[in-house]
Structure formats: C-alpha cells, structure tokens
Ligand binder design. Structure first.
Ligand code: FAD
Ligand code: NAP
Length: 315
C-alpha cells in the first residue's frame, strides 16, 4: 500500500516543477510535487531576477519561487517537502520512495530535478554569493555596467560569459587554473581579440574579498599556482563558471543520459525512453539553463503527461 497515489508525480520544485504542476492541476490531474532538498530550486540562491517576464521591477529569487509555489497550491497542486531517494520505473504504476520513508505510486512522472552549479567551495565565496559573487552572467551581468568583473573558469561557459559581460563591464578578467583554455577555438579567438578582456593564466581564487556593511564584493585574492604568488585584483563582480552538474543520478540506471549527465529527450519534447516518464528543465538542458526555459519545458512535460494519461485510460 502506498502513502501517496497520484496520476502525476513531479520530482522537484524549481520553475520547471512548479510550472508542470500548474498545468497538470489545471488539466484535472491532481499532481503531487516532491520539493527535494532545495525547495524553490536554484533561483532561491539569487538576489534579483530581471529577466523573468511579468515583473517590471526586479524580483528576488526566493520571492519569485514563493509566488510560483503559491500559484501551484492555488490551482490544487499537493506539495510535499521531501526528497525522492529511489525509483522503480519498471513497475506500473511507477513506484518511488522518499527520504522520509514514504512510498509513492504514480501513473506518470515528471523529472524536474534541475542542475547544481559547481562552486569553488571557499567560505568567502558563499559569504558573497548574491552580493557580488554570481553563477550566471546572463542573469546578473546587467548589474555591472561600467564596473570591473572577473570570470572564473576556462570552458565554453566561462568564455561565453566573459564575452557577454563585455557588453556591460569596463573590464573583464578571466581567471583560469591552467595555461590553456578548454573552450572552443572560435570562442577563444573572440576572447583574445576583445580589448576589454585580460586572462590571468595558471591562477586560482584564493579568497573573495569585500565589505560587511553593506555586504559587497570588492576584490579577489588570486594565487598563481606555478609561482605561489598571491595578488589582489579589484572587482565589483565575480562569476564562477566552472561547470554545472545535472541532478540525474537517481535515473542513470533507467534512462538515457549524455556524457555530462543530462537526461536525453528528443527535440521539442520532454519524453524519455520510458513511456510515461518525462524530463523537464535544467536536468535535460545542457544549453540554455534559464528559468523561463525550464518553466516552458515544465509546461511541455505536463501537456505530454496529460496526453499519455488520456491514451492510457482509453486502452
Ligand atoms: P532547479 O531550479 O535546479 O530546481 C531543481 C529542483 O529539484 C529543486 O527544487 C530540488 O530540491 C529538486 N530536486 C533535486 N533532486 C531531487 C530529488 N531527489 N527529489 C525531489 N526533488 C529533487 N535563470 C534565469 O532565467 N534568470 C536568472 O536571473 C537566474 N539567476 C540564477 C542565479 C544563480 C545563482 C543560479 C545558480 C542560477 C540562476 N538561473 C537564472 C538559472 C535558473 O535558476 C535555472 O535555469 C532554473 O532554476 C532551472 O529550473 P529547474 O526547475 O529545471 O531546476
Ligand atoms: P566545462 O567544459 O566542464 O569547463 C569547466 C571549466 O572550469 C574548465 O576550464 C575547468 O578547468 C574549470 N574548472 C573546473 N573546476 C574548477 C575548479 N575547482 N577551480 C577552477 N577551475 C575549475 O564546463 P562548461 O564550460 O560549463 O561547459 C559545459 C558544457 O556545456 C560543455 O560541453 C560546453 O561545451 C557546453 N557549452 C557550450 C557553449 C557553446 O557552445 N557556446 C557554451 C556553454 C557551454 P580545466 O580546463 O582545467 O579542467
């Protein structure tokens, strides 16, 4: 006997999970969301969102996510603060188990477990996260008009972000731990030709430096890994771009995942290789990783789940 029975189990409470919930509830499917360890998802880590339509003034990440939750609850989504720890995608209905010991049976599942930005893991990095330290140039670059910023990383994301930031910032320092970039040659050429960008090679951030009141980043202590020398550079913003990790571990024995761990879905669809199991948002999006895109794919997943359940009923 299961503790919860539902036609649609949504795993995750970021923009994709809540949007899937809103669509599924409005289709009369009585969906159930398991929030997971980070209720509200990645946006709860950021201070101001300026690129989610519908909010003419910037809205804080936690506030936006709390409104999405409220909207989901208002249309009848049941939300459980618990994490899914095990899935059986062989059985019909699908069976899942949660951290708090619940057993859930579901006719369909929407996986919205998102991705986790990789961070350097320094105490000073967490201290200034949202106060000068960011994980997303597209989201926060706008705040650094005519200011000095740094980007940490040497892959495509770091170079993309450095180039993007030159639209706003006066100077961009790319800090990379080796003497060669991992990024594609085309991007590298654009980077090296951009007069606003300088590269600190063989360098790592030793400390994010700033003021306590107001809490604000003012610079970075950068260590040259070859010489051991540490120097301080003045920056108003630092973008950590050392990769993302999709939260797909739970599904790796059941579904197709790519070399970087993203769940594979066909173009313009959230279907996985198991009928009735859908994946939406950052967990299946290696390219855009934006809240509005995640919300859009949550919508697609719910519409596809509705169609699947209707077909199941008529069989
Ligand atoms: P996520 O938001 O990652 O949510 C994943 C959810 O899955 C979480 O609720 C988590 O608890 C849950 N979960 C994980 N594992 C389990 C499990 N086993 N069981 C149950 N639940 C589970 N995008 C923008 O468009 N604009 C911005 O300004 C912006 N700023 C950002 C700032 C920062 C610091 C970061 C890190 C990202 C930012 N992004 C921004 C990107 C945006 O946050 C993501 O694209 C978006 O949140 C992805 O939504 P999602 O629903 O796919 O997943
Ligand atoms: P990535 O390719 O894994 O690169 C991560 C970068 O961060 C690497 O340069 C790595 O250094 C560095 N790094 C990792 N951990 C670090 C640490 N602890 N300290 C300092 N530096 C660290 O990740 P990504 O750039 O986010 O790209 C992910 C995927 O998305 C890739 O497949 C990429 O091609 C794709 N993508 C494509 C585009 C595009 O085509 N325009 C844009 C963005 C992303 P090392 O080089 O020394 O390992």
């Amino acid at each position: 006997m299961s503790d919860y029975q539902t036609s649609v189990l949504i795993i995750g409470s970021g923009p994709s999970g809540y949007t899937a919930g809103i669509y599924a509830a409005r289709a009369g499917l009585k969906p159930l969301i398991f929030t997971g360890p980070q209720t509200g998802g990645q946006l709860t880590l950021t201070t101001e969102i300026e690129n989610f339509p519908g909010f003419p003034e910037p809205i804080s990440g936690p506030e936006l996510m709390s409104r999405m939750r409220q909207q989901a609850e208002n249309v009848g989504v049941q939300i459980v603060e618990d994490k899914i720890t095990k899935v059986d995608l062989n059985s019909r209905p699908f069976i899942c188990q949660s951290e708090n010991g619940h057993r859930i049976s579901a006719d369909s599942i929407i996986i919205s477990t998102g991705a986790t930005a990789r961070w350097l893991g320094l105490e000073s990095e967490s201290k200034f996260l949202g106060f000068g330290v960011s994980g997303c140039a597209t989201c926060d670059g706008f705040f650094y008009r005519n200011k000095d910023v740094a980007v940490i990383g040497g892959g495509n994301t770091a170079v993309d972000e450095a180039l993007y930031l030159t639209n706003f910032a006066s100077s961009v320092t790319l800090i990379h731990r080796r003497d060669a970039l991992r990024a594609d040659q085309t991007l590298q050429t654009r980077l090296f030709n951009n007069p606003k960008i300088t590269v600190e090679w063989d360098s790592v951030v030793d400390e994010f430096v700033g003021t306590d009141t107001p809490k604000s980043l003012t610079g970075l202590k950068v260590k040259n890994v070859k010489t051991g020398d540490i120097k301080e550079i003045k920056v108003d913003g630092a973008f950590v771009a050392i990769g993302h990790h999709p939260n797909s571990e739970l599904f790796k024995d059941w579904l197709d995942i790519d070399a970087e761990g993203y769940l594979i879905t066909p173009p313009n669809s959230c279907k996985t290789k198991i009928e009735g199991v859908f994946a939406a948002g950052d967990v299946q999006d290696p390219h855009f990783r934006q809240a509005i895109v995640a919300a859009g794919s949550g919508c697609i997943a719910a519409l596809e789940a509705e169609k699947y359940l209707n077909e199941l009923k008529s069989k």
